[in-house]
Each structure stands twice: as structure tokens, then as C-alpha cells.
Design a protein around this ligand. Structure first.
Ligand code: KIV
Length: 276
């Protein structure tokens, strides 16, 4: 199968194909996701929380993102890879935003970048798109604004914020983003937005009517111990399985059960004699 490119997103919406996206931050996981046939991999700045143990995504740097995205790109043959631009890499000037997005694409090998926000970053999004770098938008609960929102809260439940998100979605489409992530907004608001755009929406905690879905891989595999959002479906309990396996390994080391003879390497007797 050929590697997906940016045209896949609008084509999918036209054909009614629901787009699948998962996050990944390393070579091994990316390879498994790619081989499973997922359409797109997002190297999310959620890596700050699930890989690096920060409280939120604000401490993630462009170097962190490039480092992890390079590993994901090496593990990916078909999926479309998107790099999440971290906090403060596109918030100062348009020039900085274009330069940072350019470095991200050149050094990581990702095919697109994701930026959070609407009105307040419109010039930066336009500049990056004009530089021929595909942009994935992100509206609703945008985690880089966690302090401005006063916590990780569902967005768009009241008329004012709901209307703002609808207008921002239309603005992003006009600016030329190829798709928009809608995070933690009411299902019926996501439906209105999805039906009013020609580009696809990709939901996370945005209900059933978006044009695709994305989840954080650690959440859907049951691996992240700190918190599981209500919108996550756990497709496995790998956290429990990993812990059980490690407990067993620990016990077998302590009791001498592992390693067995079959796990070792042999040496010829004539060589061995010369070692005593
Ligand atoms: O960083 C991330 O993983 C994301 C997704 C949750 C959409 O932005």
C-alpha cells in the first residue's frame, strides 16, 4: 500500500470513509499501529504527559517533538504522520511559527504539523500553509490553554463558546487546514461543525458524528496509570498485563527460575579447558 498523503483526508470525507488516527511516540508502537492499518499517526505533545511524566503539555519542546517524531517516521510505511507543534513555538511571530514548523518538518520527516487554536493564531496558520506545510487544526479543549481554561474542561456547552468554536472551524477551513481535531466538545456541536465543513473533523471526546477519531494510544491500551478521560474506550488492559509480567520476572530472578539452560550460549569444551 502507498503512503497516505494529505489529499486522503478530503477524499475520505467525500467517500464517507471514517478516518482513524492514533498517537504514537516511538518506533515500536508506530510500527504496530502502521501494520494494523491505521490511517494516520499523531505524534502528540501529549507525550509530555504519557511518555515524560509532566503534569500537562506545556513543558514539551520542539526538540522533544522532533526526537520522538523521527522514531515514529522510521517505524511507519503507510500512515500519514503529523507532528504536534508544542507550546510557544507558534505563539510569538509569524516568522518564528514558519521557521519552527519548517525545522519540525525538515528534521523529523513528518508530513504535516498540528497547531492548537483559531482566531488568536490565524496569521501563523496562514503563514505555515503559505510555506507549503500542511496544517491540522485543533479546536475545543486545546490542552496548551489549560491555564487559560482553568483546567481540562469540556468546551462549548454554552452558546458563546459554542458559536466561537463554529466560527473558528470555518476560519480554519478558509485558511486551508486539511482537517480539524475537535477535542472534548458536545457531540451535537461536533455534528453541526462536521456537517458545515468540506474538510474532515477528527474527534476526541467529540462524539459519534465527526469524520474520524483519534485517541492517545496509552489511554486506549489501558497503560496510562494517572487518569482516564470519560471519552476513552479501553481496547486492552496492557497496564495490568505489563505489571503482572514484571512481577513474575522479578519473582523468577529472585528464585532462580530464570534464566534456564536454553536461554544461555555454549562454549566448546576445548576452549573452556584453557580458561581454568
Ligand atoms: O497531543 C495529543 O495527543 C493531541 C490529541 C489528544 C489530539 O493533541
Amino acid at each position: 500500500m502507498a503512503k497516505f498523503n494529505v489529499t486522503f483526508f478530503v477524499d475520505s470525507k467525500e467517500k464517507g470513509h471514517k478516518i482513524s488516527m492514533l498517537t504514537a511516540y516511538d518506533y515500536t508502537t508506530a510500527k504496530l499501529i502502521d501494520q494494523a492499518g491505521v490511517d494516520s499517526i499523531l505524534v502528540g505533545d501529549s507525550l509530555g504527559m504519557v511518555m515524560l511524566g509532566y503534569e500537562n503539555t506545556l513543558s514539551v519542546t520542539l526538540d522533544d517533538m522532533i526526537h520522538h517524531t523521527k522514531a515514529v517516521v522510521r517505524g511507519t510505511e503507510n500512515a500519514f504522520v503529523v507532528l504536534d507543534m508544542p507550546f510557544m513555538t507558534y505563539h510569538t511571530t509569524v516568522e518564528d511559527a514558519i521557521r519552527n514548523a519548517g525545522i519540525a518538518i525538515q528534521e523529523s520527516g513528518a508530513q504535516a504539523v498540528k497547531l492548537e487554536g483559531g482566531f488568536h493564531v490565524k496569521d501563523k496558520i496562514k503563514g505555515i500553509i503559505d510555506a507549503q506545510i500542511p496544517v491540522l487544526g485543533h479546536l475545543g479543549l486545546t490542552p496548551q490553554s489549560v491555564n487559560a481554561f482553568g483546567g481540562f474542561k469540556v468546551q462549548g456547552k454554552d452558546e458563546g463558546v459554542a458559536k466561537k468554536i463554529i466560527e473558528e472551524a470555518k476560519l480554519l477551513e478558509e485558511l486551508g487546514v486539511f482537517a480539524i481535531v475537535l477535542e472534548a466538545i458536545p457531540e451535537k456541536l461536533a455534528k453541526i461543525i462536521s456537517e458545515s465543513l468540506t474538510i474532515p473533523t477528527i474527534g476526541i471526546g467529540a462524539g459519534r458524528y465527526t469524520d474520524g477519531q483519534v485517541l492517545v494510544i496509552q489511554d486506549m491500551l489501558g497503560m496510562y496509570p494517572d487518569f482516564t478521560p470519560k471519552f476513552v474506550k479501553k481496547y486492552a488492559e496492557l497496564g495490568i498485563q505489563i505489571k503482572e509480567a514484571v512481577i513474575k520476572y522479578n519473582e523468577e530472578i529472585n528464585t532462580g527460575v530464570f534464566p534456564e539452560e536454553k536461554h544461555g550460549f555454549k562454549i566448546d569444551d576445548d576452549v573452556l579447558e584453557k580458561l581454568y
